[in-house]
Design a protein around this ligand. Structure first.
Ligand SMILES: [Zn+2]
Ligand SMILES: [Zn+2]
Length: 100
């Protein structure tokens, strides 16, 4: 009295459901993390290209007015030209504050 067709349908359906739920999980996290690094890299590249071609000149540090080891600090990596110029000391201070 076993109905073979019914059993096969049930197995196919549950396989499909588990495959779909497996697909959903990893996508969200991977995209947001790699997007962050991709945006950050391209923002840095744009700034260093402008520096290299002398379209912008490194000013002094916004916080202590030092002119040594000036680095571009991005306030927001999705806006590559929204930057603050900081010496390496002040720059690392700012990032340490953000972490804590
Ligand atoms: Zn400084
Ligand atoms: Zn920074």
């Amino acid at each position: 009295m076993i109905n073979k067709n019914n059993i096969n349908n049930h197995v196919l359906l549950s396989n499909r459901e588990s495959r779909l739920s497996n697909l959903k999980k990893p996508i969200k996290r991977n995209v947001s993390k790699s997007d962050y690094y991709r945006i950050r890299n391209s923002a840095n590249k744009k700034i260093y290209y402008l520096l290299k071609t002398k379209q912008i000149i490194k000013p002094s540090c916004d916080l202590c007015e030092s002119i040594e080891n000036i680095e571009a600090h991005h306030n927001n990596y999705s806006e590559p030209f929204n930057i603050t110029w900081l010496c390496s000391k002040c720059h690392s201070n700012i990032h340490n504050k953000n972490v804590q």
